[in-house]
Structures are given as structure tokens and as C-alpha cells.
Design a protein around this ligand. Structure first.
Ligand code: PEP
Length: 252
């Protein structure tokens, strides 16, 4: 996989066709930052239209089912995402884990299905506030990585891990840069334990209340290879400011 900084917007359950205007603006502005890989994960209903509307950015799903097809009312399979024009999918977002009871094993099966369908995949992990307060954050996240990441031979080249502390998502609270760096180093160590040297290729993104104001500091932390952005990805102005902060040109 590319080693450019990777900045991904997760639109969650937001957006109808009207929001394609923002996507077009994001796409145009992303052309100014060739050293950043930019992508959006809109709701399933917009994947096809968004993919047709953009040239410079990737388009992905926010989840997929582990099976390729079948009697799973309301679900979307990875080959369907691919067919709709997606090139990646997020799996294991904490909102899926907490609201839909997704376990590490389910997340891993989804990630493997995504890779088999020819998508790249972003596996999300992150501790709750209670787990951090109990001093368990690194143990919990390390366990999630161990049990959620796909194990196929090509996995490390097509995988990103997003570290998203649950208590930082949508709250405006962010961990200290030191805590982010420590967690990313711990995730890197686990990835190398799992994949050997190939574990150094996996990009580790930070997610949780990334905004234009804090992006440069968070993205500058050790082992942070990009950002997964929720709320701030719904407006081109705020999202592009984050893309700009990720650009190596801006940091020189
Ligand atoms: C997310 O849900 O992936 C996320 C990081 O959200 P926010 O940026 O709004 O905290």
C-alpha cells in the first residue's frame, strides 16, 4: 500500500444527493495535495454516485457483511461495495461494535471478506473511557488488533488500522499527543508481531474529534499515518484543512 498520509472521511448516516456538492469540492481541492491520499466513506446509498462524481479521491463503505451473498436482510456484501464503485471499506467502527454487537471475530471475518472482494480495508480499534481510566487502554487495543485484523498473505499491504478512542469520537475531546504516539507504537509492535516485517507497511490512522485546529499536531505524532475523520468530513472547508495539515509540503 502507498505510504502517503491517508485522510479518510466517514460520513456515517449523513448525506443525501445534496451532499455530493461537498464531495465535489473535496475532490477538486484534494488535487492540490498530491502527497496525501484522500478518501470518503459515504452511506451505501451514495457510493455509486459519489464515485462517478470524483476523480482524485477514493470512495468506500462504512461496513460490509462477512458473507458474499445470502439471506441477510438489510446488509451489504463486500462484492456489492466493489460493484458499486468502492475501493475500500471501514470495518469494526466502535458504533458498529457497540450498537450492533460486533465482536473482534466478526470484524476479522468482514475484513477478510473485503480483501477477498478486492477492496482495501480499514479496521477500527479503540478503548472506552472506563478502560483508559483503569489503565487498560493498551491491553484492550492490542487484543482488538490481535483478534480483528485479517491474516491472508496480502493483508498487510492492503490494510490500515484506525485507532479511535471511543471517548474521543464526536465529543470534541482528544488524547494528548503523547498518548496517541504511545498507542500507535503499541499497535505497530502488535502488527509486527502478527505480520513480521510486513507489519511496518500498515498505516495506522488516528480518529476521534480530529478538526482543522488539532490536525497538524495529531498527524505529526510518531507512527500516525493519517486520520479517520467523522464530523469534520461533512464540510469541504473543514475536511480540506485537515488534508492540508497532513500534506508533507505543508509541514516542511
Ligand atoms: C469517527 O466516527 O470515525 C470519528 C472519528 O468521528 P469524529 O471525527 O466526529 O470524532
Amino acid at each position: 500500500m502507498s505510504n502517503l498520509p491517508y485522510v479518510v472521511g466517514n460520513w456515517k448516516m449523513n448525506g443525501t444527493r445534496a451532499l455530493l456538492t461537498e464531495a465535489r469540492s473535496i475532490d477538486r481541492a484534494s488535487g492540490r495535495y498530491p502527497k496525501v491520499q484522500v478518501a470518503l466513506a459515504p452511506p451505501f446509498t451514495l457510493i455509486h454516485r459519489l464515485q462517478e462524481a470524483v476523480q482524485n479521491i477514493g470512495v468506500g463503505g462504512q461496513d460490509c457483511h462477512a458473507e458474499e451473498s445470502g439471506a441477510f436482510t438489510g446488509d451489504i456484501a463486500a462484492p456489492m461495495l466493489k460493484d458499486a464503485g468502492a475501493d475500500f471499506t471501514i470495518v469494526g467502527h466502535s458504533e458498529r461494535r457497540s450498537m450492533h454487537g460486533e465482536t473482534d471475530e466478526m470484524v476479522k471475518a468482514k475484513a477478510e471478506s473485503a480483501l477477498a472482494a478486492g477492496l482495501t480495508v480499514i479496521v477500527c480499534v479503540g478503548e472506552t473511557e472506563a478502560e483508559r481510566d483503569a489503565g487498560q487502554a493498551e491491553t484492550v487495543v492490542s487484543g482488538q488488533v490481535e483478534n480483528s485484523v485479517p491474516r491472508s498473505e496480502d493483508a498487510p499491504a492492503r490494510l490500515s488500522v484506525a485507532y479511535e478512542p471511543v471517548w474521543a469520537i464526536g465529543t470534541g475531546r482528544v488524547p494528548s499527543v503523547g498518548d496517541v504516539a504511545a498507542m500507535h507504537r503499541s499497535i505497530r509492535a502488535k502488527l509486527v508481531e502478527i505480520y513480521g516485517d510486513a507489519g511496518t507497511e500498515v498505516r495506522i490512522l488516528y480518529g476521534g474529534s480530529v478538526k482543522a485546529e488539532n490536525a497538524a499536531e495529531l498527524l505529526g505524532a510518531s507512527e500516525v499515518g493519517g486520520a479517520l475523520v467523522g464530523g469534520a468530513s461533512l464540510s469541504a472547508e473543514s475536511f480540506i484543512a485537515i488534508v492540508g495539515a497532513a500534506s508533507p509540503d505543508q509541514q516542511e
